[in-house]
Design a protein around this ligand. Structure first.
Ligand SMILES: [Zn+2]
Length: 231
């Protein structure tokens, strides 16, 4: 029987039977894991409180056929995220995307640090929290190897100064002159936001008035493309 101790973000939790749960967590040392927690709902369970979704905990688990949690101590419950609906929605979207993109048992220090950065930004004083979700989305895709070329148009090779359109098949963006369907163009400020996210600069996150409608569309479009490629 092997015993492990690691830090983990609790992504989601499902009930199994009367008292058991299955916890999907992202750990610092083992990546994503699905762990069984027995008797968590009993009043006397020592796991109670340490397995709350959207929290950071120290977990101890053992491997005997399945992986079973033997101890869970919460280190950050992030009350300021849970009290605010918009922040809570952003945190849920972040953990859902982590769950969807990460395979079990593959540790990734960069993803761990990105989760840490986003949870702590979200619990601090960020007012434009939906923007943080798109920051997370572009950064996790970058870490997982789905970077896009942002320095110039993938068709004509000239720098893009104005609006741009996603050209995922060619690994980047087209300028407005090379874009065949003007409906797919996003405003210059949205392209510039994606560029700053992919370049790793979070400065934009402090802009409370950033209009992100086009950013949502282009981000979801690229995410769908990546998910299709992965399957
Ligand atoms: Zn062009």
């Amino acid at each position: 029987m092997r015993r492990h101790v690691t830090q983990a973000y609790i992504l989601t939790k499902y009930l199994r039977g009367e008292a058991d749960s299955l916890c999907v967590v992202f750990t610092k040392d083992f990546g994503k894991l699905v762990l069984r927690a027995g008797g968590e709902h009993k009043i006397t369970s020592k796991l109670r409180g340490g397995l709350e979704p959207l929290s950071l905990s120290t977990l101890e688990f053992v491997e005997v056929r399945t992986m079973r949690i033997t101890d869970a101590v919460s280190s950050h419950r992030f009350p300021s995220i849970k009290r605010n609906l918009s922040r809570q929605r952003t945190a849920r979207a972040i953990v859902e995307l982590t769950d969807a993109m990460m395979r079990e048992g593959e540790p990734d220090e960069k993803v761990w640090l990105l989760l840490e950065e986003c949870f702590f930004r979200l619990s601090a004083s960020i007012s434009n929290s939906p923007l943080l979700y798109y920051y997370f989305l572009w950064k996790i895709l970058l870490i997982l190897g789905y970077a896009l070329k942002v320095s110039s148009c993938v068709f004509c090779g000239l720098p893009i100064g104005g609006p741009a359109a996603l050209d995922a098949e060619n690994g980047g963006f087209r300028c407005s002159a090379c874009c065949k369907n003007p409906d797919t163009l996003v405003p210059a400020e949205v392209f510039s936001a994606v560029r700053t996210f992919l370049n790793g600069t979070p400065g934009l996150l402090s802009q409370t008035s950033f209009h992100h409608k086009g950013l949502g569309e282009i981000s979801e479009a690229y995410l769908s493309y990546v998910k299709e490629v992965v399957q």
